[in-house]
Design a protein around this ligand. Structure first.
Ligand SMILES: [Zn+2]
Length: 84
């Protein structure tokens, strides 16, 4: 993640924080409006993270732990573990 993307993400997180604080500090707007502001700010954070789809996983035949589908070694028991 680049420096600019880092800064954008921090700003987006700050906005979530401010909107969360406003949920109980600011009596001027309706609760649904405040919740919508939090939801919108959170969406902005998620977009900046750009995580993509969750990696596919399978079960390790040795220990039963979850490993990435393409893993060649289990992260739990460290035994070789291929998807074939
Ligand atoms: Zn294992």
């Amino acid at each position: 993640m680049g420096e600019r993307a880092d800064r954008d993400l921090r700003l987006a997180i700050d906005t979530v924080e401010k909107n969360l604080l406003a949920l109980h500090d600011d009596p001027s707007s309706a609760p649904s409006v405040k919740v919508e502001a939090v939801r919108s700010a959170w969406q902005s954070v998620v977009e900046r993270l750009a995580l993509g789809p969750e990696p596919e996983r399978r079960i390790c035949p040795h220990c039963g732990g979850f490993v990435r589908r393409e893993a060649i070694r289990c992260i739990h028991c460290w035994k070789p573990s291929s998807s074939e």
